[in-house]
Design a binder for this molecule. Sequence first.
Ligand code: MG
Length: 440
Amino acid sequence: MSNKIISLKTTDVRFPTSDLLDGSDATNKDPDYSAAYLELETERGDVGNSLIFTIGRGNDICCDVVEAMGQQLIGRDLDTITTDMGLFYREINSDSQLNWLGPHKGVVHMAAGSIINAVWDLWARVEGKPLWRLLADMSPEEFVNCLDFKHIGDALTRNEALAIVQKNTATRQDRIAELEKNGYPAYTTTPGWLGYSDEKMQRLCREALASGFKHIKLKVGESIEQDIHRCTLAREAIGDDTRLMVDANQAWEVDQAIEWMEHLQPFKPWFIEEPTSPDDVFGHKKIRESIGNIQVATGEHCHNKVMFKQFIANDAIDVVQVDACRLAGLNEILTVFMLAAKYGKPVCPHAGGVGLCEYVQHLSMIDYVQISAEIGERVIEYADHLHEHFETPIEIKNGAYRPPSAPGFGVRMHQSAIDQYQFPDGSEWQKRLATGPSPH
Ligand SMILES: [Mg+2]
C-alpha cells in the first residue's frame, strides 16, 4: 500500500526571548528565537516535522521558500523516496531556478534542509525508531549511499567513506550500549550570554558545575576590559579544572582576533569560536597559527559542505561546529562529519536556539556509532531554553545527553506552543500587539 505525501504546511513560530536577553552576543543583540516549522502529512496519517532555526525577522521568508521548494513532494510515495535517500537529497537540491538564489547557500539551502529533515523524521516515525538508531542500524553501503560527494571528491571519496564505516561495523553495538549507559557529553552555553549580569553569570556557572557539566562557554567580543572581567569571574566560579570556551560571534578582524586572544590567554580558553567572518578560511588559518595552543572553532554559519572542505582540509580550524539547520539536511551534515573524521577533526555541533539541541543529539550519536567511533574530546553544545515546547524534549543527565528513545528526529512541537507563539496571530503576539508597540 502506498503512503503518499498529501500535504505540506509551514508555520512562522517566534519566541520573545529578547525580553530577557537570552541568546545575546557580540553580534546578535536581541534575538527572538524562532522556528520556520514544517509539517508533512501522508495519506495514511503519518506526520513528519522539521524546523529552520532563525532569530526573528526573516523567519517568514524561510517558510515561503520551504513552501515553494516543497511542492514537488506532494503526491510522492514515502517508500519510493526512502529507497534511495541519496537520490532524494540530490533531487531536492537540483531545482535550478531556486538554486539561482544560492546556489547551495542561504535560505534556499536551509529550505532544502528543512524538507529533507522532515522526510527523515517521517521515515523514522514510520519505522518506529529514533533517528539516530535508524542510521546506526544501516549497513555501511546503505549509510554511505545517503551521503553526497559532489564537489568534495578531491578531499573525500565514496570509497574512503565506505572504508571508514566498514572499519567500525564490528564494534558498533558496543558504542550503542555505551550511549545507552552514559549518554553523550555536553557543554553548556547557558551561563554565558553577553547580556547577563555578573551575578547571574556566576550563579549559572556554579549551577552548571553542580549539575555535572565540565565545559562552559562565554560570549566575548564587545570590549577587552569586559571580557577580562567576565573571564575572571567565570574562572572564580568554575575553578581551573573546568574547560572554558569563548565565542566572539564573528566580531573581530583577523589581526584584532589575534591580539584579543593574547589578552584572554591567561584564562586558558579551550577554544575561540567564530573569531571572524564565517567565510574566511584564510583568516581562520592565520588566527589558528598565531594564538598558541588555543584551538579555533567555527561552523554554525558555514553554509555548505564545500566551505567545510576548505576549513577542514586546509587545517584552518581545530573544532568543526556543524549546524543542524544551515546545511541541506541530514545527508549533507553527515557528509561533513565524514570529512572531519578523515582529517582527524572533532565535530562539536552547534546548538541552543530553539530545537537545535533536539536535533544535534542525533547527529553526534550517529557520528559516534558509524563514523568517528570515538567521543574523545567531543562535546555537544547545550543551552537551557525553550525545550518545554517540544513533545520529546532533550534529557540531560550528569552533563550528558541521554540517547533519545522516541521515534523521529525530535523537533515536533506541542500544538499549544504553536497556537501561542505563531507570528503574528498567536495569542502571545496578539497580546503584545494590543498592549505595546508593534513587535518588529
Ligand atoms: Mg556560537
